[in-house]
Write a protein that binds this ligand. Sequence first.
Ligand code: GEK
Length: 243
Amino acid sequence: MSKIDNLFSTQLNKIADFSFDENVASVFPDMISRSIPGYPLMIENIGRISQRYALPNSVIYDLGCATGTGTLSMAKHVDQSGCHIVGIDNSSAMVQQCQQFLTQYHHQCPVTIECDDIMQYAYQSNTSVILMNFTLQFIAPEHRQAMLQSLYNALLPGGVLILSEKITHDSALGDELLINLHHQFKSDNGYSDLEISQKRTALEKVMLTDTYATHECRLRDIGFTDIIKWFSCFNFMSLVAIK
Ligand code: GEK
């Protein structure tokens, strides 16, 4: 059971840039489920989508696996023979929590967790499914195209990228509505206005969101043949891009 997230509940003199350190890792499951609308529904369906596209004897990646919720969902659902799931995160605190978390559950598909930078990683060419669940938004925008291109290159024909992201709406008025609805969601989940505003400041420089159109254009440009948005709530969405 993860601790309750109260990292931003007291007034901070200086708000440091958000980082995935030990403090964040220790409250992460609580933080993410109270912050992202539909997170449990997304996680459950990520397992189902992976099961649908996993090919026998292939590799499945969870990039920015954090504490392993997405990894576990895939490991529980994927039943094709010879598959292997690799979760990667460059936060050693997250990797430690993830390894502990995974030992608590039974799953049929074998899993390895690695502490590494997903920008530098040598992806295996027999990859059928890649999950990036709210991770691309933490990669510098100028590196996103090259990063996604390397993932596309690693995928087998028919393989998929499952990409979930917070997005910016393309009109100021619409964006304001979605931000307000998201804040209401957080407030209903027990976060105070101070917590919401301090976390927003901490994330301002490290989490840079694109519009849906930017995501779609970039994925088409890279070569993905079909892009299916399968989840959307406020300013959060998840898509499947098929090679
Ligand atoms: C979930 N997918 O629960 N290399 C490796 N990991 C990275 C890098 C990088 N270059 N940059 C960021 N990360 C998870 C949630 S959280 C999303 C993912 C959020 C990692 C970072 O350490 C963190 O664990 C994760 O990406 C993003 O479904 O907090 O909104």
